[in-house]
Write a protein that binds this ligand. Structure first.
Ligand SMILES: *[C@@H]1O[C@H](CO)[C@@H](O)[C@H](O)[C@H]1NC(C)=O
Ligand SMILES: *[C@@H]1O[C@H](CO)[C@@H](O)[C@H](O)[C@H]1NC(C)=O
Ligand SMILES: *[C@@H]1O[C@H](CO)[C@@H](O)[C@H](O)[C@H]1NC(C)=O
Ligand SMILES: *[C@@H]1O[C@H](CO)[C@@H](O)[C@H](O)[C@H]1NC(C)=O
Ligand SMILES: *[C@@H]1O[C@H](CO)[C@@H](O)[C@H](O)[C@H]1NC(C)=O
Ligand SMILES: *[C@@H]1O[C@H](CO)[C@@H](O)[C@H](O)[C@H]1NC(C)=O
Ligand SMILES: *[C@@H]1O[C@H](CO)[C@@H](O)[C@H](O)[C@H]1NC(C)=O
Ligand SMILES: *[C@@H]1O[C@H](CO)[C@@H](O)[C@H](O)[C@H]1NC(C)=O
Ligand SMILES: *[C@@H]1O[C@H](CO)[C@@H](O)[C@H](O)[C@H]1NC(C)=O
Ligand SMILES: *[C@@H]1O[C@H](CO)[C@@H](O)[C@H](O)[C@H]1NC(C)=O
Ligand SMILES: *[C@@H]1O[C@H](CO)[C@@H](O)[C@H](O)[C@H]1NC(C)=O
Ligand SMILES: *[C@@H]1O[C@H](CO)[C@@H](O)[C@H](O)[C@H]1NC(C)=O
Length: 411
């Protein structure tokens, strides 16, 4: 009797001091050594979180456990080179690995289901030994690792997909059909090639420092941004609607863009500082832009054959030989509703290299024409401003009401 009370007391004291008194298969398990993991080797499923931290161990292995109802979280284990979980199939919560500086082996050959994956600062990790293939993960953040590929992730429908600062990754191929909250691929190896062959819709998509991006089946996207990439072309043949902004900036090799099926950009359009882009075209079906337009660069032609409505201000600045007359006409016709309009471009003039600017601020709204169709008949006006008579190519009688051709072309 006395002995039993004593044991109870010890047990209570152990629990109170945070030490596990039994090998139960539930609760939050803090792991600093292999013996902590051995303590749950009789559990096929573990109900709770497992936290591995402040451990000096070189290798750790989680045996027998097939599912974890919460998270598996590992952090600040500066000597940990290898973590193995040979039987683990399911993590209902997050597989979270942070600041494991020498971890080079992460072996989870049976892992098939995880809700979220969050890997941050794993400078020795080069591959995922997810032999079965992890499907169904909803949130993926992989940052600052040495991973060479994402082989082992087999995703179909994802909320967050954020891959950044992985300097060894050459190839990001994901089979997901949708990415509903965030798609961000930035600052990885400069040569990274991104392929999302099945992706049909995405939110907040951002690409930086990619050498190639292929999303041939993209149909709709909220916002889409390409900044500081090195691809030559961008082609979105099936994209119909852009629910927010479209930005293409500082993509030094970009020379050809195709958004042939986009009729509406609900936010703004920015095309800036793409040093190789001589012709701004590829928007053959674009009719309206819900925000501002900002097109800056060294281009000699900008063509938006169906555009007849811009809700925000318009800035078009070319350091090349751009003729602004068609944009000027569109502005006069009242197709630009914003309170400022600027179009500048060098005129081709061998003797003086004059710079021609057309600037208007706080547009007099009374100057607006009533119907969109007016732009076609008015389109001839602008050409008088042009010494070389730069033609509004295509702005001929073939234009039907409702279409505005903005086509600037040098000779
Ligand atoms: C596990 O570690 C956390 C954080 O240090 C601590 O708050 C908690 O009490 C520990 N739990 C157990 C059961 O030791
Ligand atoms: C990280 O773990 C080491 C032991 O491996 C420990 O000495 C150190 O205090 C821990 N750091 C933090 C921030 O907990
Ligand atoms: C999985 O996680 C969710 C959300 O945290 C929870 O509601 C659910 O009960 C968990 N399922 C299992 C089987 O543990
Ligand atoms: C890219 O990775 C996928 C699978 O991850 C593979 O099928 C494909 O061959 C790789 N492509 C290149 C160019 O390495
Ligand atoms: C990926 O998942 C799909 C179905 O979601 C399946 O058909 C395919 O075989 C899986 N691929 C791999 C490599 O596991
Ligand atoms: C896109 O990002 C913005 C700002 O980062 C955020 O406010 C918005 O909710 C995001 N949209 C979606 C659909 O996640
Ligand atoms: C984009 O596609 C998804 C899936 O088909 C749909 O739920 C969503 O409403 C679409 N958004 C727009 C703006 O068309
Ligand atoms: C990225 O682009 C910005 C302009 O948008 C530029 O100032 C910056 O130098 C570029 N960064 C690199 C590393 O090229
Ligand atoms: C372009 O969009 C229309 C609907 O606006 C659709 O019917 C058509 O199939 C799309 N074309 C392509 C090539 O996807
Ligand atoms: C851009 O590429 C398309 C096909 O992808 C081609 O038809 C078009 O001529 C190219 N435009 C330029 C300016 O190179
Ligand atoms: C384009 O470059 C100019 C000058 O370097 C810079 O001021 C501007 O912010 C850049 N615009 C964008 C959208 O990157
Ligand atoms: C602008 O483009 C023309 C070719 O169209 C090229 O000759 C010129 O060097 C470019 N200027 C700059 C500053 O890149």
């Amino acid at each position: 009797m006395a002995v039993t009370s004593f044991l109870k007391l010890v047990s209570v004291a152990l629990v109170a001091s945070g030490v596990r008194a039994d090998n139960s298969c539930s609760g939050t398990l803090n792991v600093t050594s292999q013996s902590d993991l051995d303590g749950i080797s009789s559990c096929t499923s573990y109900d709770g979180d497992i936290q591995v931290f402040n451990s000096d161990a070189n290798t750790l292995s989680l045996n027998e456990v097939q599912s974890i109802s919460g998270d598996l979280h590992m952090f600040n284990c500066t000597n940990l080179g290898s973590f193995q979980a040979q039987s683990l199939q399911t993590i209902n919560g997050t597989l979270k690995l942070q600041a494991l500086t020498v971890l080079d082996t992460l072996s989870m050959p049976q892992l098939a289901e995880v809700n979220s994956i969050s890997f941050t600062t794993l400078p020795a990790l080069q591959e995922l030994q997810f032999n079965h293939g992890v499907g169904d993960a909803k949130h993926i953040v992989i940052s600052d690792t040495q991973l060479k590929s994402l082989e082992g992730l087999n995703l179909s429908s994802v909320s967050t997909f954020n891959i950044n600062n992985n300097k060894n990754i050459q190839n990001i191929t994901v089979d997901a059909h949708s990415i509903s909250d965030q798609l961000d691929i930035s600052y990885n190896a400069a040569e990274v090639s991104v392929s999302l062959p099945y992706l049909q819709w995405a939110s907040n998509a951002t690409f930086r420092f990619c050498s190639d991006v292929s999303i041939p089946n993209l149909e709709n996207v909220t916002s889409l941004s390409f900044v500081n990439n090195t691809m030559k072309g961008l082609k979105f043949p099936k994209l119909e609607s852009i629910g927010g902004d479209l930005e293409l900036s500082s993509n030094s090799h970009l020379s050809n863009i195709t958004f042939s099926n986009v009729s509406k950009i609900k936010g703004g359009l920015t095309i800036a500082n793409n040093t190789g882009l001589r012709v701004v075209s590829g928007f053959d079906n674009l009719e309206s832009i819900g925000g501002a337009v900002n097109i800056v660069g060294n281009f000699s032609k900008a063509s938006f054959p169906k555009l007849d409505e811009v809700a925000g201000g318009v800035i078009i600045e070319s350091s090349g030989e751009l003729n602004c007359s068609a944009f000027n006409s569109a502005h006069k016709n009242g197709d630009f509703h914003g309170d400022h309009y600027v179009c500048t471009g060098k005129q081709k003039d061998v003797s003086t290299q004059l710079s021609v600017a057309s600037v208007a601020t706080n547009t007099d709204k009374t100057g607006k024409s009533g119907g969109k169709g007016a732009s076609a008949t008015a389109s001839g006006k602008g050409s008088s401003e042009s010494s070389n008579g730069a033609a509004l190519v295509g702005a001929s009688g073939s234009l039907v009401g409702g279409l505005l051709v903005l086509l600037m072309e040098l000779i």
